[in-house]
Design a protein around this ligand. Structure first.
Ligand code: UD1
Ligand code: CA
Length: 455
């Protein structure tokens, strides 16, 4: 029986943030969310998380998930954190302990640690810069202790094999060792890492899995390390897109902050940011410097440069932008065209409908083939309530028309340019609602005033 124990009670002082460290995002998700997702794949009987600083915030971020929370009221070190959780852990359980600030670790690596045939297993890595990490002390091949940075002699500080913070042992043995750990060290903390030396004293088998990929076990104590983790996560996410058949003319400029699923032959141009859940069908193309959040775009959809799309769904190949802003509830069918400087919110456009320039279409439905001229505005808000505009199939709305909702434009209706439409416009007819043009003949412009003092 396996139980996962994640230590996440630290304040993360070095982040200099109001947010608890484990909620700092990597790839658009809290660090802790990555770890929970990865450890779930090991099918543990429980995932317990030790929280302290900002416990309410952390618990709220994962509300409704199947997790067990342990509160560590005083943060006296990683050994104390693990000891605090022990009473809740099943007596027969094998316990996999992880620090909450290592979001990139892979399930396969953790599997290796869990499956190792030893009384205590830890996961180490070779660091390019070991500063700050606990160092692995060996006698020949055998690991004999972990020495924390603050307690390490200059010789020990030159060791580049570091403790990842991942450890695995049976609960009964952990209870024994943790009961004997003291705080007699440079930081005055109870170190979980001292279990290693205690296990050696007891003659137990201590095994160390050396991670093949140092990137996956990196932790984040400060914003510099967080930025490094982010860069690694981004590189991996882009590789997954390239593998799926996506063209990225300038991969490092594309940012993924969530989960992106792409069909084949998708093109994502430079400077694009994808947030939340984004699905792009076969052949979709996203122009330079677009931001897409929670969008589902059907095969063949083209988004021209500099568009911002949030909560948009297309159900067929259509054309968007450049410079369009599409807000939640926008749904576009095949061959729809949304052109430059058009804003759309909670509106559906049926097949072939067009708003090619300079419009605001909100709380509306636009029928198939309808054409909204430049400057068409749905006046959807009366200062208190929002109202709907229904535009029938084949309607033609002349430029610079204001449609004062609630209002209906019938099928095949034509609206004269510059109209303010505040009553329903009948199907098939021309409706004009604007001042009539007239010419006043013989009218003269005023003469300029004469400068004073000259008469
Ligand atoms: C720890 C390890 C170090 C290892 C490094 C890897 C110890 C003593 N040191 O050092 O060997 O190389 O991780 O990143 O274990 N936490 C609690 N309660 C506490 C203290 C910490 O829950 O009282 C949590 C923190 O929230 C964090 C994790 O434990 O998620 C590790 O603590 P941190 O302070 O980051 O330890 P490091 O100094 O990085
Ligand atoms: Ca750490």
């Amino acid at each position: 029986m396996l139980e996962v124990l994640i230590l996440a009670a630290g304040e993360g002082k070095r982040m200099n943030s109001a947010r608890p460290k484990v909620l700092q995002p990597v790839g658009g998700q809290p660090m802790l969310a990555h770890l929970i997702e990865t450890t779930r794949s090991l099918k543990p009987s429980a995932i317990r998380i030790v929280v302290g600083a900002g416990a309410d915030q952390v618990q709220a971020a994962f509300a409704g998930q199947d997790l067990d929370w342990v509160i560590q009221h005083q943060r006296l070190g990683t050994g104390h954190a693990a000891a605090t959780a022990l009473p809740a852990i099943h007596p027969e359980a094998r316990v996999l302990i992880l620090p909450g600030d290592m979001p990139l670790v892979g399930a396969q690596t953790l599997r290796q640690v869990v499956d190792a045939d030893a009384d205590l297993t830890l996961l180490s890595f070779i660091a390019a810069d070991p500063t700050g990490y606990g160092r692995i002390l060996r006698d020949g091949e055998q690991v004999i202790a972990i020495r924390e940075q603050h307690d390490a002699s200059p010789d020990e500080q030159s060791i580049d094999e570091c403790n990842s913070g991942v450890m695995c042992a049976n609960r009964s043995r952990l209870a024994d060792w943790l009961g004997r750990v003291d705080a007699d060290n440079a930081q005055g903390e109870y170190y979980l890492t001292d279990c290693v030396a205690l296990a050696i004293v007891d003659g137990r088998r201590v095994q160390c899995v050396v991670s093949a990929d140092a990137d996956e076990v990196l932790g984040a104590n400060d914003r510099h390390q967080l930025a490094t983790l982010e860069a690694t996560w981004q590189t991996r996410a882009r590789h997954r897109l390239l593998d799926a058949g996506v063209t990225l003319p300038d991969p490092p400029s594309v940012q993924i902050r969530g989960q992106v699923d792409c069909g084949r032959d998708v093109v994502i141009d430079c400077g694009v940011i994808l947030i939340g859940e984004v699905r792009l069908g076969d052949g979709v193309s996203i122009g330079a410097h677009c931001v897409l959040e929670n969008c589902d775009l059907a095969a063949g959809t083209r988004v021209e440069p500099h568009c911002v799309l949030t909560g948009v769904r297309t159900t067929g190949a259509c054309s968007i932008g450049p410079f369009a802003r599409l807000r939640p509830g926008t749904e576009l069918a095949r061959e729809v065209k949304i052109g430059n400087f058009v804003e759309v919110k909670k509106a559906t456009f049926a097949a072939g409908a067009k708003a090619s320039h300079l419009s605001y279409i909100g709380d509306a439905s636009v029928g198939a083939g309808a054409n909204l001229g430049a400057g068409t505005i749905t006046c959807n808000y009366d200062g208190v309530n929002k109202h709907r505009t229904e535009i029938g199939a084949g309607a033609f709305v002349g430029s610079n028309s204001a449609l004062v909702a609630p209002v209906e434009i019938g099928e095949q209706a034509t609206i004269g340019a510059g109209s303010v439409i505040s009553r329903n416009a009948p199907a098939g007819e021309l409706t004009v609602a604007r001042g009539r043009q007239r010419t006043i003949s013989g009218w003269r412009r005023p003469e300029p005033n004469k400068p004073s003092g000259q008469d």
